[in-house]
Design a protein around this ligand. Sequence first.
Ligand SMILES: [Zn+2]
Length: 299
Amino acid sequence: MSKERVHRFVSKDLTVRIAAVNATEVVKHMQDLQHTYPLATVAVGRSMVGAILMASQLKDGQMVGLLFRGNGALQSVYAEASYDGHVRGYTPNPQYQPPTYDNGLSLKEAIGNGTLSVARHQPFQKQPFHGTVELVSGEIGQDIAHYLHQSHQIRSLVSLGVYLDTFGKVQAAGGVLIEVMPGVEESVVEKIQQNYEEKKPNISKMLMEGASPEQLVAPFMDGIPFEELEHDKSLEYFCPCTKDRVVRALETLGEEELQDMINKNEEADVTCQICGKPYKVSVPEIQDIKNRIHKESMH
Ligand SMILES: [Zn+2]
């Protein structure tokens, strides 16, 4: 399995914190599982990278979920990552194709107008923290930056990249998250902004050229001394699905179809759409599901 991990850095004056990651393997893994076409690959891939970067700034056992919901063809894009390096991503329309690729792989139209909801789960806490903001660009990175500013008063620069080959296969994926803390010198913020505008760092291009996480960060932080922090959590595509949750998909079939399966004495195969894990559902279990929706329909 992959030995990729998030690298964390901090400016010498401790007012700028940075996370950088090469997440190529986990994004490739998502594509292999869900057979995503280019726009879905870029959307889910960038969201996964964003979630990985945000999660690295949390604490042990915590996780972050990003749900982009819009009126575009993709409808929604979800990604979730934990401080420990687990990550997964999903869109209900993995094989969406636009009429033309004239806009390249711009996500703006495919996601459309909508919202970004962020859930932060803390251990021993039933209700996760939720924050929702309007989408400002639909390109994922800027939307995350907007969320951090609106909900946490953190100014940031989020640069995410997913590079596809001519067959639409993931060749590289990664990103950089730079957050400035309260009390930062304005000259430092201006320098980062100036670096960004002058150098226009292209994450996926740098990754294709073999850049290390430190090299990904360097162009943003030119002229600002920084050092790496210890952070040793390997990335892993991980889905905590359970049979119960996956089997719930059968409820949408409706009573008639379920009865048909029972009559035919047919076991059902259900796969988790996020990780592809197969679950077998026996006829008595199908009967239970049917009974349950029957009861609910009588309320
Ligand atoms: Zn799963």
